[in-house]
Design a protein around this ligand. Sequence first.
Ligand code: AMP
Ligand code: MG
Length: 409
Amino acid sequence: MTACSCDYDRLMSFDVGLQRLLDSAKPVTETETVSLEDAAGRVLAADVLSTIAVPPAANSAMDGYAVNTRSLPESLLVPISQRIAAGQQGTLLEPGTAARIFTGSEIPPGADAVIMQEQTRHVGEDIQLLIHPKAGDHIRPAGQDIQPGRCVVAKGTKLDGRHLGVIASVGVAEVTVYRRIKVAILTTGDELVLPGEEAGPGKIYNSNYFTLKGLLERMGIEVVFPGIIEDDPQVTQDALAAAAEDADLVISSGGVSVGEEDHVKAAVESLGELMLWRLAIKPGKPLAYGRVGQTPFIGLPGNPAAVLVTFLMLASPYIKTMQGCSDVLPKRYTVKSGYERTKVVAREEFLRAALSVQDGELVAAPAHSQSSGVLSSSVMSDGLLVIPAEQAVAVGDPLEFIPFNGLLG
Ligand code: AMP
Ligand code: MG
């Protein structure tokens, strides 16, 4: 299919654009087994089930004394009959005695409560309990955390330290994960130079490459960068073809508008197929999607803030789907608007905004500049404030907010 002008003539809503992307994203199927040591950031390809109870046995939540509440003498003065350090197992508790016990030590058979050492006093060799403990006090029962047979982390989860800790707690040393995917970043434009190079007249630094590389690497993606692609039809076509050979997905920035120096569109059309959408979002109206050969292709706009927003809101859920993640959409929270805008905008807006707490409520205030060329406002912001299309905003209005720290995973 070639560029569909009917799509380009009318604005497409964000939701429709995102749905079209997600519907066509193909999750990787190849899996590999990796050690838990190397599993951070990988996506689980099979549920992790526990074969054991965690903790495996009832243990003490405190440093103190294990007793049997039903066999305590009325005086609550008891001899210490054994000492159980962490990693040791006690023996059957003699009635009317206490076992010295430490946090994490297994409760000896016959005991039904632990009394904290702060609630006892030494009287010679014996121990005086200062209160009468109740059965179950300060005992963490076997299986309190995890019962045998439970799925502790589900297929499709991107593993972080929380998951690795839980998997380790059930004694699993290796996990099955999806193959890592490779994304090629094509930044186009004769005006671009890399930081460290001289930015002569007419030149600007290539920020989009670093924005995209940073975001992709944080997602656990292997990044391929063939260098800056000059504004030339053949160079663009050759670079796209090579990138598509090497990567699972090609992402470009710039060159998808309708200017004479925008060669990406024609190059993708000649190597595969391309759809160019005018999304009803701000920033980031032009978005291209298609394939180069059989490799999927996403063409982001050139403007740096538009790159950030379209990557986070559209490309990232698509890539997470490719990675095999089950949870691909960013979480949205309702906050109060800290600003007013009487002008109504036809496109849905994703404003870089900072959060603060005012009168106990979260309030989002948009950064001063929302120009699609202004990237620096993103580092002074906590996330994206969503202003629905055609809506005026008053101070205090409830609006959706998408925190960057939820988006950057
Ligand atoms: P284009 O879509 O190629 O016309 O680019 C739109 C705007 O984004 C122009 O001002 C470009 O100079 C700028 N731009 C494109 N690519 C980059 C990049 N990699 N880094 C910074 N700015 C860029
Ligand atoms: Mg350009």
